[in-house]
Design a protein around this ligand. Structure first.
Ligand code: PBG
Length: 329
């Protein structure tokens, strides 16, 4: 509501100095808001650059403390693991996803033993890092099978829960998987394991560098438009979230991030559930390269992250997590 008018009313008065700008600031970013994704690779003493993501590496398990210790001292509450599965372990069915000695399982065991509950660990439930066709589900006659995929996802989820995962994050966009996974978790005494549903995941053009990082890019046949959402839609996002909440999601994710701030706001307003946002790899690399090439300055990072807070996100998965947290704690 506006009372008074120019020239007696001047909104610029509240912007006069930094101290008053700080006092009237409506949203803040803290390390409490950040989730750090970490890419895993086989081998020992490995820290491998990812060319399409400047400043981001794949770590072998024994090198994890390098990055997790940093996250801890930066007061980051949670890590998300993503595996770069060796090509010879990928097949049509993504069966490596059910191997208790796959990269994610090994990382979970190692990290939970070392860090206990000092920091949270989340993992993706989806088959794309493990399939030779790069899809999140089982592929048959050029179709992604829904119900058959769910059966594998349940096994994958149970295995990760058994390894100590705190938050399972199904990112596959199959119908009905949240309910089925919740049921299986409860039946197997994993009632405390949380489900963060990638309830709203768009078939986006911003995932390129991630697919590079997990090594699925060159394998991906076609696109993911028959299961991930059409980026023109917003009412459909509400339906997705409503269903996942009903099926037992504790938290919901919107992905990608900045092009979808309207979706975050709509969900937050309607459901009052914690909404997490994923600032995805393409967003990261665009900003990072912009800074490297002096097209934008590095405060653009905080500006991008605050936009999620303004939109209503509780937390943000971002490859900038360590870099930013260091500055703001
Ligand atoms: C797949 C998955 C993707 C990302 C996280 N999990 C990519 C995809 O759907 O192809 C993307 C993350 C990013 O781009 O940073 N289950």
């Amino acid at each position: 509501m506006i009372t008074g008018k120019y020239p007696s009313l001047r909104l610029r008065r509240n912007r006069k100095y930094k101290w008053i700008r700080r006092l009237v600031r409506e949203n803040d970013l803290s390390s409490n808001d950040l989730i750090l994704p970490i890419f895993l690779t086989e081998g020992k003493n490995k820290q491998i650059k990812i060319p399409s993501m400047p400043g981001i590496y794949r770590y072998s398990i024994n090198m994890l403390p390098r990055v997790i210790d940093k996250a801890l001292s930066n007061k980051i509450p949670m890590i998300a693991f993503f595996p770069n599965t060796p090509t010879n372990k990928k097949n049509n069915f993504g069966s490596e996803s059910l191997n208790e000695n796959n990269l994610v399982c090994k990382a979970l065991r190692y990290a939970k033993r070392k860090y206990k509950n000092e920091i949270g660990f989340m993992t993706d439930v989806a088959l794309d890092p493990y399939t030779s066709h790069g899809h999140d589900g089982l592929l048959k006659n050029n179709k992604i099978l829904n119900d058959e995929t769910n059966k594998v996802l349940i096994e994958q989820a149970l295995l990760q829960a058994q390894m100590g995962c705190d938050i399972l994050a199904p990112s596959d966009m199959m119908d009905g998987r949240i309910g089925e996974i919740r049921k299986a978790l409860d039946k197997n005494n994993h009632t405390d394991v949380q489900l963060l549903s990638y309830a709203v995941k768009f078939a986006s053009n911003f995932y390129g560098p991630f697919r590079d990082a997990v090594g699925s890019k060159s394998f991906l046949k076609g696109d993911k438009k028959t299961y991930q959402m059409d980026f023109s839609n917003s009412d459909e996002a509400i339906r997705e979230v409503a269903l996942d909440i009903k099926e037992g999601a504790d938290l919901v994710m919107v992905k990608p991030g900045m092009p979808y701030l309207d979706i975050i706001t709509n969900i937050k307003k309607k459901f009052k559930i914690p909404v997490f946002a994923y600032q995805v790899s393409g967003e990261y690399s665009l900003i990072k390269n912009g800074i490297k090439n002096k097209i934008i300055n590095e405060n653009a990072i905080i500006e991008s992250l605050i936009s999620f807070k303004r939109a209503g996100a509780s937390a943000i998965v971002t490859y900038f997590a360590n870099e930013v947290a260091k500055k703001i704690i």
